[in-house]
Design a protein around this ligand. Structure first.
Ligand SMILES: NC(=O)c1ccc[n+]([C@@H]2O[C@H](COP(=O)([O-])OP(=O)(O)OC[C@H]3O[C@@H](n4cnc5c(N)ncnc54)[C@H](OP(=O)(O)O)[C@@H]3O)[C@@H](O)[C@H]2O)c1
Length: 286
């Protein structure tokens, strides 16, 4: 079975490629943006001259500028979905907790109403809807607070944890919000669960995050503790930040769809974070 991973150098793609390559009988086709721009029909048509059985789309554009956001995060997945539907390819579209408004007081289920507030969230939700409409054979995986080796290319090769540890090592004062709660997702753990979902033939929309929830402040504080750092850390609230772009206050994800498929939740966020901080120390990424 051939699985195309777009892009193989994204934070999640870097974890997916080795995770999928370990499975006997699975062949991974790693793709970069320079091989396939998802907003351009020509390279997409070229990919489907020899269609993969599965195409995982991690590509996205993190912006509050509506035009590129909608082009990359909505039009791109639609173009992929149309081709996947015609070729009988399963499209795995990676999405985000930012499709929710953040006003809930319990973890969001896959079936809960969406109401994104940011341009980025609106564009990712549009991508979800367009994939559902164009490709009946789809798997939409929503992750939250993604971090892992290599960092996010959209964030210049960093993520929240590597940023925090980098700032602490540089002796900077650090201000982090106490009233924004989420379920952080370690990319290698998400890759394992995506591999399990594909193996199990799951379809539809599935939340994938590490188990548990924390505020951004708690996440930063635990990162410093694990790294043996004691920075000048200050607790602030969302009200201390500029109002734009809107940040959902609460985006903890429930794992109903995973459990309905008989799959386990990824491990607790504290265990995943410990692995990543160890990895950062060994690889000098901060
Ligand atoms: N990072 C987070 O905190 C977070 C949180 C929740 C959900 N997510 C979702 O998780 C997924 C993966 O995030 P990530 O952090 O792993 O990504 P990432 O490391 O920031 O990488 C994004 C990738 O998208 C590629 N790309 C951008 N525009 C493209 C286009 N027009 N055609 C083809 N490729 C294009 C980039 O290529 P170049 O680098 O070559 O430009 C890059 O390889 C995304 O769908 C995102 O919405 C992420």
């Amino acid at each position: 079975m051939e699985i195309a991973v777009l892009t193989a150098n994204s934070q999640l793609g870097r974890a997916l490629v080795p995770e999928l390559e370990r499975i006997p009988g699975w062949r991974v086709r790693p793709l970069l943006r320079r091989d396939l721009d998802i907003t351009d029909v020509t390279p997409i048509a070229r990919l489907f001259e020899s269609p993969p059985a599965v195409l995982i789309n991690t590509a996205f554009w993190a912006t509050e500028d509506p035009e590129p956001a909608l082009r990359v995060n909505a039009l791109g997945p639609r173009l992929l979905a149309e081709r996947c539907a015609a070729a009988g390819t399963l499209l795995v579209q990676v999405s985000t907790d930012y499709v929710f408004d953040g006003e809930a007081d319990r973890p969001y289920r896959e079936t809960d109403p969406t109401a994104p507030r940011s341009v980025y969230g609106i564009s990712k939700l549009a991508g979800e809807h367009l994939v559902r409409a164009a490709a009946p054979d789809h798997l939409i995986v929503r992750v939250s607070g993604l971090y892992g080796p290599g960092g996010s290319r959209a964030k210049g090769g960093t993520n929240f944890v590597s940023d925090m540890i980098g700032m602490a090592r540089a002796g900077k004062a650090i201000r982090v919000v106490t009233d924004q709660l989420h379920s952080p997702t370690y990319a290698p753990d998400a890759a394992t669960t995506i591999r399990q979902l594909i193996s199990a033939g799951v379809r539809g929309t599935v939340h994938v995050s590490n188990t548990g929830a924390c505020s951004k402040y708690d996440f930063a504080a635990r990162s410093f503790e694990l790294a043996g750092l004691a920075p000048d850390l200050h607790a602030i609230t969302l009200a201390d930040l500029p109002p734009l772009p809107p940040r959902p206050r609460y985006t903890v994800l429930a794992h109903d769809a995973l459990h309905a498929a008989g799959l386990p939740s990824p491990r607790p966020w504290q265990d995943a974070l410990a692995d990543y901080v160890r990895w950062l120390g060994e690889n000098g990424e901060t």
